[in-house]
Design a protein around this ligand. Structure first.
Ligand code: GDP
Ligand code: MG
Length: 157
């Protein structure tokens, strides 16, 4: 029992991941989801939404005033977004590493393998715990399903 509750405690980290409109239009949703599934992370919420401008402006509030900000908001509002919550040990940092860097993402990463331009980089992921909490609230409110992870013991020691 001690081991089980310890394991559960270390798995409570959840992050917000979104496939941006270029990823949806380029039919890469399945591939992107597959990367996180294959890693062992658990999908706990998902929806497709064409986000209203106010939502995207708030999501990217930290970039307001930058040269690329208006184009960035247009980009995110320009089609459907697949918004998700993923759960697992170290998921925030690990999913960012799997996405690849903002600029010149390395081959082997999602951005590095499937995109060329920083302004068409397919995927968003929260960059810290505070951002994850804020973004999940913004995109989902309280909506998430907590279900037992049946293969947990085969993914975590
Ligand atoms: P991220 O956390 O890796 O997504 O990167 P940032 O938080 O720095 O930027 C948010 C998003 O803005 C990026 O994912 C890009 O889509 C976009 N972006 C960032 N920098 C640039 C830039 O220099 N030019 C353009 N066109 N878009 C940018
Ligand atoms: Mg960011």
């Amino acid at each position: 029992i001690a081991r089980t509750s310890q394991l559960h405690a270390s798995l409570t980290q959840t992050t917000f991941i979104a496939v941006k409109p270029d990823g949806v239009n380029r039919r890469l949703v399945g591939k992107i989801i597959q990367r996180f599934e294959e890693k062992g992370f658990q999908l706990v919420a998902m929806k497709m939404i064409q986000p209203p401008r106010e939502l995207v402006e708030e999501h990217y509030a930290e970039h307001k005033g930058k040269g690329f900000y208006n184009g960035l908001v247009d980009y995110l509002c320009g089609g459907p977004v697949v918004a998700m919550q993923w759960k697992g040990k170290g998921v925030i940092a690990r999913s960012r590493a799997m996405m690849g860097a903002t600029k010149d993402a390395a081959p082997g990463t999602i951005r590095g393998d499937f995109s060329i331009e920083v302004g068409r980089n397919l995927v968003h992921g929260s960059d810290c715990a505070e951002a994850a909490e804020r973004e999940i609230k913004l995109w989902f409110g309280e909506d998430k399903i907590n279900y037992e992870d049946a293969c947990e013991k085969w993914i975590y020691e």
